[in-house]
Design a protein around this ligand. Structure first.
Ligand SMILES: [Zn+2]
Length: 124
């Protein structure tokens, strides 16, 4: 999927993101925060981390964390995850997605409702 289409879908058709996908993203964010925290504290081992788990769970507003998920956490997963979501939306909701292009030159307008393209042409 082209980057412009992915960004367009996620920005203007986020209403099609399903709860499972939101959850997955939330979870990714949580582990990203923890991973950043661990990276910040050079001498803090995962063991220490777990010794202070109760406090940390409060700080990060977490209910619980899975150690294996922290260890296996892939910080580069954000983009594949966004791709996956955008591709599913495109597949399932194609009819509801309006790709707003300039009728003259075909460049993408900034929003689905825009009546002007980056080229300067106006319509509607
Ligand atoms: Zn144009």
């Amino acid at each position: 999927m082209k980057t412009w289409l992915k960004e367009y879908i996620l920005r203007y058709y986020s209403k099609f993101i399903i709860p499972e996908e939101r959850e997955e993203f939330k979870k990714f964010k949580k582990y990203q925060n923890i991973k950043e925290y661990l990276n910040m504290c050079e001498n803090l081992t995962l063991e220490d981390f777990y010794a202070n788990k109760e406090d940390l769970l409060k700080i990060y507003e977490l209910e619980d964390i899975d150690e294996s998920e922290i260890i296996n956490f892939d910080p580069d997963y954000a983009e594949p995850l966004r791709n996956k979501i955008a591709e599913r939306i495109w597949k399932v909701h194609r009819d509801a997605i309006f790709i707003n292009k300039c009728p003259i030159c075909g460049t993408l307008a900034r929003t689905p409702l825009a009546k002007q393209a980056p080229c300067g042409h106006r319509w509607g």
